[in-house]
Design a protein around this ligand. Structure first.
Ligand SMILES: NC(=O)c1ccc[n+]([C@@H]2O[C@H](COP(=O)([O-])OP(=O)(O)OC[C@H]3O[C@@H](n4cnc5c(N)ncnc54)[C@H](OP(=O)(O)O)[C@@H]3O)[C@@H](O)[C@H]2O)c1
Length: 330
């Protein structure tokens, strides 16, 4: 293996710096599977990690990138053979173990998913940890009783990665999706993905009383903070809210009234799952949950553009999924 290009996050939790460098094979972390990476993506968490705006990195230095896709070069695990197309994400990838912003990765087999038929590495990177987490949220919400006939489902932070794929998936399943966004100028994009209606975040009516008029059967929440508190008090009886993210903050205040008088269920979603669940959800992502608008959702850019994309994500100017092409990088 020749020296290869990587985007390395260095320093300490108090002082993070990130930039391109060359790594040698001997600098790869240990792992059963060696993958020639083709694509990675830029998640909100990646932007926090690379800028130090969130305490994400657990080991310095660390190649960033919490998800990537490519082809297996070698494997000591019987689950994989050279030539298998795979996606790598979650656990320590890009956090405490070199991640996806490099042309090679070596990782534990449990972090690797063989791509089901019909999904290319580019599709898998477009889906990435964002789409996987959206699928997990839908799966958990189904277990908790959501159904298309029960009324509208809200998705906030709607132009984001998790949300864009959630909208696409839920519309495909027949749900009436209400997309809530801070970028109402993107209403056309959100309707193309399948949103039935688009509401500007500034115009969302969620009141402040312990219980407000019940408007949705549930929600996919990427924001946390006070937007989540508003969803809790406006969700219908036996509704389900999937708490995925914290783009608007980690703290919120609520009373217990929506839980004990309406049976509202607030369910946590965490993408660090064991192999059987990961395999089942990737299978769903290739079949009944397969997003129908991956080409519309993805924005593919060369490796060199990574620092610019990170800035856009931090500034909240991104839309959909930013996919980094790692191939042919100088
Ligand atoms: N639980 C898990 O395992 C897991 C997995 C993946 C992601 N996440 C979390 O899920 C969240 C979304 O991730 P992502 O990759 O989809 O991020 P993203 O692509 O950056 O999308 C986040 C969206 O939230 C909205 N937003 C951004 N900053 C905001 C602010 N200060 N106040 C209100 N809205 C804001 C924007 O949408 P609009 O402009 O359209 O409103 C933005 O596009 C993040 O918090 C991420 O850490 C969690």
């Amino acid at each position: 293996m020749d020296p290869f290009k990587a985007y390395l996050i260095e320093g300490s939790p108090e002082s993070v710096r990130a930039g391109f460098t060359q790594l040698a094979e001997a600098q790869l972390d240990p792992g059963e599977v060696t993958v020639r990476l083709q694509y990675a993506s830029v998640n909100y968490k990646d932007a926090l990690a690379a800028t130090g705006k969130g305490r994400i990195i657990r080991r310095f230095p660390c190649v960033g990138g919490i998800d990537a896709a490519g082809v297996v070069e070698s494997s000591s695990s019987p689950r994989f053979r050279p030539g298998d197309a795979v996606a790598v994400h979650s656990h320590g990838f890009g956090v405490s173990h070199h991640g996806g912003y490099a042309q090679w990765a070596q990782v534990p087999a449990d972090w690797v998913n063989a791509l089901p038929a019909g999904l290319t590495p580019l599709d898998a990177a477009t889906i990435g940890v964002a789409g996987y987490t959206a699928a997990l949220a839908v799966d958990l919400m189904e277990l908790n009783g959501i159904a298309p006939a029960r009324g509208p489902l809200l998705v906030n932070g709607a132009t984001g990665g998790v949300a864009s794929i959630s909208i696409d998936m839920l519309a495909r399943l027949g749900y009436e999706v209400v997309a809530v966004t801070g970028k109402p100028a993107e209403a056309g994009y959100l309707k193309e993905l399948g949103a039935a209606s688009v509401v500007a975040a500034s115009g969302l009516q969620t009141g402040s009383r312990p219980l407000e008029s019940a408007q949705w059967q549930g929600a996919v929440d990427s924001l946390g903070g006070e937007p989540l508190a508003g969803l809790i008090r406006t969700t219908q009886k036996d509704g389900v809210i999937a708490s995925i993210g914290n783009a608007a903050g980690i703290a919120f205040s609520s009373t217990v009234m929506p839980f004990i008088l309406r049976g509202v269920r607030l369910i946590g979603v965490n993408s660090d799952n064991d192999v059987p669940l990961r395999e089942r959800l990737w299978q769903r992502l290739a079949t009944d949950l397969r997003p129908r608008h991956l080409e519309r959702i993805r924005n593919v850019v060369p490796f060199e553009a990574l620092p610019r994309v990170i800035e856009e994500v931090i500034a909240g100017r991104n839309r959909g999924r930013n996919v980094i092409s790692l191939q042919d990088a100088a």
